[in-house]
Design a protein around this ligand. Structure first.
Ligand code: ZN
Length: 257
């Protein structure tokens, strides 16, 4: 699987203190290179009550965890993101992404946020029809959620300038319609608790990313859709990223042929 076209390149984000990934390392546009290798993504399911409800799921008593490999990442902030179209509905799930800065193992919730390099946005792309079949079979979700390109991931805002995490929010607009509107304070398990719980199960390495679950409003993407994703930090700074959805069959970089 050729992956060169999936590597990050420096983009003109504009604001200082926004970090973005370059060539699978992570780079701060303020000039400080973060020597982080993009690693695994640990994802959380059903972390917003209204989203659990819309899919007819119960609210979990402990975080529901799954993973995506590094090859799941594609840049969110480029002109296009690519989705598979031959496996039924591909849903958007916009989520707060948390970039880990130091090894985490059995870290307490009280200390967990000290291990965060930055916050950003990611899409947890989900082949919903495939997932429903897998759920019915009691089978693992990876085919529906961990395929190559299943995690469009944007640049990160440094944690040091992000302000009070509980006051942060994020939105997804699809073709100018507000589709998802998430408040970090609505999470069932707050970020610090998630990181503590995750680090008790999987060691988190620098460069790993945690996707913290999606609010209500998930729905299918179609090639040609225009997306705007907006992140408001705890101190009310705002960033937005625009992209268009394209069929991955048109993306020549995906094949070895
Ligand atoms: Zn998700």
């Amino acid at each position: 699987m050729a992956s060169d076209n999936w590597l990050y390149r420096k983009v003109g984000v504009g604001a200082p203190d926004v970090t973005t990934a370059v060539e699978r390392g992570l780079y701060s546009v303020s000039g400080k290179l973060l020597h982080l290798q993009l690693g695994k993504l640990v994802c959380v399911g059903r972390n917003y009550a209204d989203h659990a409800k819309e899919l007819g799921n119960s609210v979990p008593s402990k975080p529901l965890l799954f993973m995506k490999p590094a090859h799941a990442v594609q840049p969110l902030q480029h002109e296009r993101i690519y989705i598979p179209t031959q496996f039924g509905a591909c849903h958007h799930e916009l989520e707060l992404a948390v970039l880990i800065s130091a090894p985490m193992r059995n870290v307490s919730a009280a200390k967990a946020l000290d291990y965060v390099a930055g916050y950003g946005l990611a899409l947890d792309l989900t082949l919903r029809d495939v997932q429903n079949e897998l759920k019915a079979e009691g089978a693992p979700w990876e085919r529906a959620k961990a395929f190559d390109g299943s995690a469009p991931l944007g640049p990160f805002v440094a944690a040091t300038v992000f302000g009070d995490l509980q006051k942060a929010s994020f939105q997804l607009y699809r073709n100018d319609q507000l589709q998802q509107d998430g408040k970090v304070s609505d999470m069932i398990f707050p970020v610090a608790e998630l990181l503590a719980e995750i680090s008790s199960v999987f060691t988190l390495d620098p460069g790993d990313v945690v996707l913290t679950g999606t609010p209500a409003g998930v729905g299918p993407l179609q090639p040609g859709d225009n997306l705007k994703m907006q992140l408001t930090s705890g101190n009310q700074q705002q960033w937005d990223w625009h992209t268009a959805v394209a069929d991955e069959a048109e993306h020549k970089g995906r094949s070895n042929a």
